[in-house]
Design a protein around this ligand. Structure first.
Ligand SMILES: C[S@@+](CC[C@H](N)C(=O)[O-])C[C@H]1O[C@@H](n2cnc3c(N)ncnc32)[C@H](O)[C@@H]1O
Length: 252
């Protein structure tokens, strides 16, 4: 990917302290920029992800890389009774903003937030009914370790929904979108967040991340089945839905 307009190529170093520091620094503008830069589509993408999980009464949901808790909130907004959510993230400022939103909405009894790393989830083994990850998996230093953790905490048969950015394939649309994503979005992001790199890191990290086929293959290798990959908004975002195998394969 070429260097963004007016700048050097952003670092793709995913050291946890660096990534947490970057999200802490943009936390105050994160929600506003999300809604602005996606033209409000981010809310719809989260709703589609939650619907795909087909939550049932009393489900325990874990939202990994919860940030300001929008996907955790979406999980409770589906109206399924007694759903409980734990949101985990390592960026304290993102969690603080999320907590404020939960308190304002009276959801702090239903959604809890905890500081933690996706590669070492603060959960017991096989206690979670559904795991969600919204636009977080691409930022994790060791994707395979994080997916193995999600598999560990899920009950057998538990569901997983991952939202991640992609790049549309349709020729005309692709060219327009890449111009927007690589040139326009970083400028608006830099201007509003006052962070030099974060919104140039976004398109660069999407281009460098696993392809949808590679991520689906990794899910399969990590003990997931019934893997479905759905393109949302012409492939601007991909939704990955999977189920943890009900019984581990027997070894002869
Ligand atoms: C782009 S934001 C997404 C936030 C939220 N899920 C949403 O849908 O808006 C990515 C979040 O992932 C978190 N994150 C990245 N890597 C992480 C890791 N290894 N462990 C925990 N959180 C991580 C960041 O701190 C950030 O809050």
């Amino acid at each position: 990917m070429p260097a963004p307009a007016g700048g050097r190529a952003p670092s793709l170093d995913k050291d946890p302290r660096r990534i947490a520091g970057m999200f802490d620094a943009i936390a105050h503008r994160y929600d506003q920029l999300n809604h602005l830069l996606s033209a409000g589509l981010d809310r719809r993408w989260r709703r589609v992800a939650v619907d795909a999980l087909e939550l049932i009464d009393g489900d325990q949901v874990l939202d990994v890389c919860t940030g300001t808790a929008d996907l955790a909130i979406a999980a409770t907004a589906a109206g399924v009774p007694r759903v409980r959510v734990l949101g985990v993230d390592f960026a304290a400022e993102m969690l603080l903003l999320g907590l404020g939103k939960l308190r304002a909405a009276g959801l702090d009894g239903q959604i809890r937030l905890a500081r933690g790393d996706a590669a070492r989830l603060p959960c017991a083994t096989e206690v979670i009914d559904a795991v969600t990850v919204g636009f977080g998996i691409r930022n994790v230093q060791d994707t395979a370790a994080a997916i193995a953790e999600m598999s560990r905490v899920l009950k057998p048969g538990g569901r997983l929904a991952i939202l991640e950015f992609g790049e549309p394939r349709m020729p005309g649309l692709r060219a327009f979108y890449l111009w927007y994503f690589r040139w326009v979005l970083p400028q608006i992001g830099r201007w509003l967040s006052r962070h030099t790199d974060a919104y140039a890191y976004l398109p660069a990290s999407v281009s460098a991340f696993l392809t949808p086929d590679q991520l689906a293959a990794l899910l399969e290798q990590s003990g997931f089945t019934e893997i479905r990959v759905e393109r949302l908004s012409f492939g601007v975002v991909y939704l990955y839905v999977a189920r943890k195998v009900a019984e581990p394969p027997t070894v002869d």
